[in-house]
Ligand binder design. Structure first.
Ligand SMILES: *Cc1c(COP(=O)(O)O)cnc(C)c1O
Length: 399
């Protein structure tokens, strides 16, 4: 076994099922390992390297910032964080943003906003209940959802296998199947918010149905229940729109973003519209590294690229191109997701995990999600790289 891997495993906790590949460098759509083997990356990290590896505009922005100022506490202002916030609000149509460092943190912020919104507006709604039960603080999430790894976001995550070992979990989350009857049953006078992914990423690249989403929005509007969209994976152009909400013609109250937002640097954002823009005040929330200037500079480079005329239409075009070619492969049963968020279901007893392993051996980095193979390629991936990567997959499927 490889020396780097041996040493690594001696000192790093064994929390991931890793492939035996040590990545060392990357350029655009390709990564290279220690022994100079190159890989086309259809996972872009994990939807994080939205402009691929070491995109030149992104490298310039990040290096210029790191030479000027790498960090300052949030007791001071930086122009670069302000600029990133303004760009995010302009491109998304939201009013204000809070910066954390990850998807889970963006969701934690969203949960805090939702609960405080109801606390401020409704106070105690059940005088007979004990402690926390007095408040309008319940949040409905969906089975097969994934919202993060902190205790609270694990609690929000609707997949039962995540609810082990780490008891007690944060109370106040109700999970329901993504259908209207189940949703109506999950509602109570204590519901303050619903949190959903329009396309469930980790849960298997499952698109929510338009009817379900429309009905949830109608019911929530009627009852002043907030809607939190977890767009950590679907957001920032992944589906060919800045937010996946646009495909459903809806506007959630709160949106969480992370993964691809800064081209591979750690930053998460919680966006709020009119209803929630003043819910959090001084001292209500914070993060030492949140909105770090180097990460914000990377984020500005990503948003400038996404804002270029025609960029998001290209994402859609490439997504269509992937689908057309995938559906021609005899072993492929169906393709889910939207744009460059792609879930592939195989026919018969072909296992996504086996195919993924073979892809890695043959120079193609891919992801899986439940029983599907999953692609989250760089948003600016080239058609040649798409052809090459799909060529590798096609050959594996033929054998
Ligand atoms: C990845 C992901 C998260 C968690 O993000 P971290 O940055 O790992 O905390 C939350 N929600 C969704 C939908 C995700 O895909």
């Amino acid at each position: 076994m490889n020396e780097t891997i041996n040493e690594f495993n001696k000192y790093v906790m064994q929390t991931y099922g890793r492939y035996d590949i040590v990545l060392e460098t990357g350029e655009n759509d390709n990564a290279a390992s220690e022994n100079d083997k190159t890989y086309i990356d259809f996972g872009s990290g994990i939807g994080t390297n939205s402009l691929g590896y070491c995109n030149s505009a992104w490298v310039d922005a990040v290096t210029a910032q790191v030479k000027k100022l790498q960090h300052t506490s949030n007791y001071y202002y930086t122009a670069v964080q302000g600029e990133f916030a303004k760009k995010l609000c302009k491109i998304s149509g939201y009013k204000k943003v809070f910066f954390g460092n990850s998807g889970a943190e963006a969701n934690e912020c969203a949960i805090k906003i939702a609960r405080k919104y109801s606390f401020d507006k409704y106070g105690i709604v059940d005088h007979n209940a004990d402690d926390c039960g007095k408040y309008r603080a319940e949040i409905i999430t969906l089975t097969q959802s994934f919202h993060g790894r902190t205790i609270t976001t694990l609690s929000a995550t609707g997949q039962e296998d995540f609810h082990n070992y780490f008891f007690p979990f944060t109370p106040g989350f109700v999970h329901c199947e993504p259908n209207i009857r189940a949703f109506e049953n999950a509602l109570s006078k204590k519901t303050c918010a619903v949190m959903l992914e329009f396309i469930q990423g980790e849960g298997g690249v499952n698109n929510l149905s338009e009817d379900f989403v429309k009905a949830v929005f109608d019911i929530c509007r009627e009852r002043d229940i907030l809607i939190i969209a977890d767009e950590v994976q679907t957001g920032v152009g992944r589906t060919g729109k800045f937010l996946a909400a646009a495909h459903y013609g809806v506007k959630p109250d709160i949106v969480s973003l992370a993964k691809g937002i800064a081209g591979g640097l750690p930053i998460g954002a919680c966006l709020v519209g009119e209803r929630c823009e003043n819910v959090l005040g001084k001292g209500d929330h914070g993060s030492t590294f949140g909105g770090n200037p180097v990460c914000a500079a990377g984020g500005n480079a990503v948003l400038d690229t996404l804002n270029a005329p025609g960029f998001l239409d290209e994402v859609t075009k490439k997504g269509d191109y992937f689908r057309e070619k995938l559906l021609k492969m005899p072993a492929v049963e169906s393709v889910s997701g939207i744009g460059l968020m792609i879930g592939i279901k195989f026919k018969g007893d072909i296992k996504a995990a086996d195919i993924s392993k073979k892809c890695h051996e043959n120079g193609l980095l891919v992801l899986t999600a439940k029983d599907k193979l999953r692609f989250l390629p760089p948003l600016n991936i080239g058609f040649d790289e798409i052809d090459m990567g799909l060529g590798i997959l096609a050959e594996i499927l033929q054998n």
